[in-house]
Write a protein of this length. Sequence first.
Lengths: 504, 485
Amino acid sequence: MTSLNNSILSLVTFIPLAGALLLLFFPRRDDDIRRFALIVSIIDFVVSLHLPVHLRRGLPGFQFEIDRVWISNPNIHFHMGIDGISMWLVVLTTFLTPLCVLISWKAIHGRVKEFFILLLVLETALIGVFVSLDLFLFYFFWEATLIPMALLIGIYGHERRVYAAVKFFLYTMIASMFMLAGILWLYAKTGTFDFVTIQAAIRSGQIENFAGAAPWLFLGFFVAFAVKVPLFPFHTWLPDAHVEAPTAGSVLLAGVLLKMGTYGMLRFNLGLFPEQSRVNASWIMVLALIGIIYGALVAMVQPNMKKLIAYSSISHLGFVVLGIFSFTQAGLDGATFVMLAHGVSTGALFMLAGILFERRHTYEIAEFGGLATPMPVYATFFSFIVLASAGLPLLNGFIGEFLVLSGAFRDRPIYGILGATGVIWSACYLLWMYQRVFFGKVKQPINQSLRDLSGRERTALWPTAVAALIMGVAPLLWLNAIDPAVKTALTPFQTVIVSKVVGR
Amino acid sequence: MNSGVPVLPQAADYIRVLPEIVLSIFGMIVMVLDPMLDQKRSQRTLGTIALIGSLAALAATLLQAQYPGLGFWNMVQVDSFSVFFHFLVAAVAAVVILTSYEYMQVQEIRAGEYYALILFGAVGMSLMSSAVELVLIFIALEISSISTYILAGFRVRVAISAESSVKYFLLGSFATAFFLYGVALMFGATGSTSIKVIGEALRSQHVPVLAYIGVALMFVGLAFKVAAAPFHVWTPDVYEGAPSPVVGFMSTAPKAAAFAVLLRIMFEADAPGRVWLIWVVAALSMTLGNIGALVQDNVKRLLAYSSIAHAGYLLVAFAALPNNGIPAAMFYTASYAAMNVGAFAVVSHFGSAGERYVTLEDYAGLGQRSPLLAAALTIFLLSLIGIPITGGFVAKFYVFSAALQANLVGLVIIGVLNSAVASYYYLRVIVVMYMREPREETPVSPIPLGLGAALAVSLVATIYLGILPGRVLDYAARSVEQLAR
């Protein structure tokens, strides 16, 4: 078992890549390719379940660590490891990928092989981001997610796909350049890319000129993450990318890719620059609040279903940022939980929108109405996920947002109160959309004969519904791993507070 | 010369220039055989001889690496630094010859001197990297330059090719004259043309003003060769007119050699005024190159501007401290050579007869018309952007981190912003290839064996440098001790 523990993270990371390489040599029989991609992604999911089963809850620091020298000079290590936070993000990625394969089964006709290769490469890059503990390795995977995602949007997307792909690529690429500059500065001063070592060096105050550079370093990292999240006002690439992306692209984009940003803030901004985080927290929280309310209001007036879900992501991710920068146990627990819950329910929402698009080739809400009659099963799934996403108690959306809001309230009551309106807004736009699409009479004759869900589509949706329910009923299954990791992440903040109190 | 030095060269001396000898012999064989063969047969035969010649030079370099030291009255020095660049030049020559096989046939150019000139050019470039005496460096520079002037004009039926050759020749002669002037002033300032003696003289005494001028003039000459701004204006025109494989050659091998000379002069001679001079030129090259590339519609011109920008990134390493700057610069030349030769191999195959297809519009839908070619070009372009798993990423990373260790924060910020801008125009090519419908449905002609081999070598090199850069970098780092003390 120890040998497996030592290699499990590289296994989980590279199984999809190995699958993609094998796919390269596959003959162009589309069905075989689809089946193979499904099998690979399911295997990876099963293997990744080793992590939650064997993670020792309550231990500080990282587990399942691998640390090998990759390049001796400069000192770059192949250093991977996870704690309770990153573990669940890894599992979220491996959970969503097989569903993406299923949902793309028929939607992708041309260049099927390339599609699944890109999807699997993307999975490897995403997992790599969450497990890397070497800043170079982290940046390597971080940038590596760009290409498959941009190609997925640009080749398999809808009409304005090229514009969306280029916009996505340039926005996130340019922003991450600032992070690269920050990483290089840290390396120049410490001679290592190792996260843990750099963190220790910063905390013990060994780095020269750190106090002067810290505000810029914090901003460099923060800009890269804020664009990814996306935090208001860096969000303009997101609606375009989502509307144009193929369904699987949207699912991974909303489900996992955006979490790279919030995960980065939690791990690197808070982990490396606690003082700066505290100094900057107030305006960041204001931006998060603007994102929550603005995203929700804009979502409300969208005529396009996919754009509505995209703006709802901006709103939900605002909660995550709000929770992270409240520096409270509840806030961070909640932020992490919202990341997971949002991954599951928004992933499912995008799948549902994609299913409708396959039948009608439009996302316009006005084109539908009364769909509950021809598609009862679909309508049921949709209502379940909408309620989960709107934060109905006992479903997955509720716990996270509740924790975030209680954390934010403890930090500053007005933040909690303003944030809480976001919950109301989200119920408004989601339920209103649901009403317009499913209730009333069937207005368009073509909608009368729409097929209900096929077996494959149900197979793709069931896991999300089950996960949404379990996460709502038994959140402790997740929180018991998240909680200790958050506690570790918050240690420097507690000492800051204590020292202030003592100082007085 | 001292009286104790033998008058005639010894066997050990010949080993120090073994690759150059091998290349010259094969070059002459090509020249001699050319009139004896009829034109149809000559293409392949001469190309193969030249290929064997460049591979033999590779082998000679590996052999030579066992015998480091000085030769020919301390004019030539074999060390890991020179071996690195010898290897690079010979490898680039081999890949370019492979690319040229098909190109010469399609363009109906008589092959003869073409292959010989590539080999002779490689002689000059190799010698540039091992010479430690300024006059010999000048001669090597001339050998390399004159071959490339002629090669640039090899599309004999095309006017812009002749224009390209003449332009390159006229401006290039100016540049070499500058270099020679600099050598003369340096001799005046220090009383020697040996880099080592110059270095000792400059370190031991107060640096005379003449030395500053000498360094500046030599730098101008070399900056022209590497197409660094503000000495870059020739680049787009020359690259546009010259045959594509030749552009692949002259944008990498002579540049690598010129950078090698620059490294020796800047670091071994400990050139005065190094940092600020390079700071300005690097910043200018990156910025002007990238801005110029933004508006290009001709892929060859686009890559020309991109090569100006890359010269700028590379120069950033020269402003850094020797112990990280030198390996970073060497690594950058190697990975730039791999990706740029590869990119031009694709351009020359896709150009077809008369290089008809060179505009961005022509590349529309290449992803469907020739998936392999498009995939290869995509990887080279991603490497030029500097995306992980490619050599270009690691190279840029080393250069910027070396500069940061020398506290050149401003230059790094300029560089980082530039790489962000640059990603746009490379991306444009990828977007056009994959995401736009082809204008013509005609399939691209299948990839012949020679070109396939050239592409495979460049691809493997690009990815290898991106994933396992350790060995190459370690090797480059070993040269630091020899260059900078």
